[in-house]
Ligand binder design. Structure first.
Ligand code: SF4
Length: 366
């Protein structure tokens, strides 16, 4: 495994200030002589809009430092015009060592280094300071601008977070990943409020669009290992991507999930279709050319400014997946992520606030 990590990154820089932190010491153990300890920021750091080449480069350059800002933020879906849940994000770094063609990091990342924050203790202190939220049904996800688990066998942040959340039974901690790296926390004692969730697509989409990620079957096998240790499991079929024979691909995905998991083992499932910021289009074309299904898509601007498939195609895709799940069992609970209340009404007949099992997820925090 050490060799695989070492091949993945061309450069590993550690800020001198954090070189003795437990996280930095673990990176030193894995990367050995490849590590360079530096004073402050890397000399060649770019803090501006990246070119396609610089973005690709940023996935191979790792920088460890501390974070001085606010770790804990409201989910970006919390915008006027979008239905959203009580979701908060906890960012312990940014950029990702995998490479999905549609990744939204391409539209806003402005550093040519993948960065990992070593001061997780400050993040936990910040979480603990939200006393008024302690008894609210808060969900905290760690996979907004960095995959929750792809570097976790080194950082071991999952273990620290699971331990912390044991004291917050009303809260839920969500790891969101496209990796299959879960074994480092399976022995942790937990109180059932950790959700391990996979962003999942059928093999045809993973092979074409989700480069460097775990395969479809690796992700499902990792989910089974988590379930067997009592962790909650969640799947985000998101972004659904149109491609020739998409119905066959998504039918396979739904059938496989239903064969391997029961609705009770997967309390929530979300679906979403392809969406991205218009300014991302050129970067995606330059990096993945027209072989990519996302670059072949016909898209239209929504109220939030993002490009999406037409309303009719989105509805057709949602209907297909929802019907397939409900044909397996009406007990499957599914919600749509980053969709307008209108799409909810047309697909479910009401907004999420009226769907009983989901009501709790969508109540605003007072
Ligand atoms: S796994 Fe997520 S964060 Fe990483 S490249 Fe893919 S979409 Fe982006």
């Amino acid at each position: 495994m050490k060799n695989l990590w070492q091949k993945k990154f061309e450069k590993v820089l550690i800020d001198d200030k954090v070189k003795d932190s437990p996280t930095a010491l673990r990176f030193l153990e894995v990367f050995g002589e490849q590590v360079e300890i530096i004073e402050g920021e890397p000399k060649d750091i770019q803090k501006k809009e990246l070119s396609a080449g610089q973005f690709t480069q940023s996935k191979k350059q790792l920088y460890l430092t501390e974070f001085k800002g606010q770790f804990f933020k409201k989910c970006p879906g919390f915008h006027k015009g979008l239905a959203c849940c009580n979701y908060f994000v906890l960012n312990l770094g940014f950029q990702c060592d995998m490479d999905c063609s549609y990744c939204y990091l391409q539209s806003f990342l402005n550093s040519n280094y993948m960065t990992v924050y070593t001061n997780i203790e400050d993040a936990l202190a910040e979480l603990a300071s939200f006393e008024s939220l302690k008894d609210q049904p808060v969900r905290v996800g760690t996979g907004e601008v960095i995959d929750s688990l792809s570097l976790d066998p080194i950082t071991l942040y999952s273990r620290t977070l699971i331990d912390f959340f044991k004291d917050y039974p009303q809260w839920k901690l969500e790891f969101k990943t496209k990796s299959a790296l879960v074994d480092q926390f399976l022995d942790c004692e937990h109180n059932g409020n950790t959700i391990v969730s996979w962003s999942i697509n059928p093999p045809a989409v993973i092979d074409n669009e989700e480069h460097g990620t775990a395969t479809f079957h690796e992700r499902l096998a990792a989910a089974e290992r988590c379930r067997d240790k009592g962790f909650q499991i969640s799947f985000h079929i998101d972004p659904m991507i149109w491609h020739p024979n998409w119905q066959d691909s998504y039918a396979l995905l739904v059938d496989e999930i239903c064969q391997r998991f029961s609705p009770q083992e997967v309390p929530t499932l979300s679906v979403g279709t392809l969406r991205f910021q218009p300014e991302q289009k050129n970067m995606m074309r330059e990096r993945f050319a027209m072989d990519s299904f996302v670059n072949q898509a016909e898209t239209f601007k929504g109220k939030d400014g993002k490009l999406r498939y037409s309303y009719d195609l989105r509805k057709e895709m949602y209907d297909f997946v929802l019907t397939r799940f409900k044909n397996h069992s009406p007990a499957w609970r599914i919600f749509m992520c980053m969709e307008s209340p209108e799409t909810w009404v047309d697909t479910f007949g009401h907004t999420p606030h009226h769907e009983k099992p989901l009501k709790e997820l969508f109540q605003p925090i007072r």
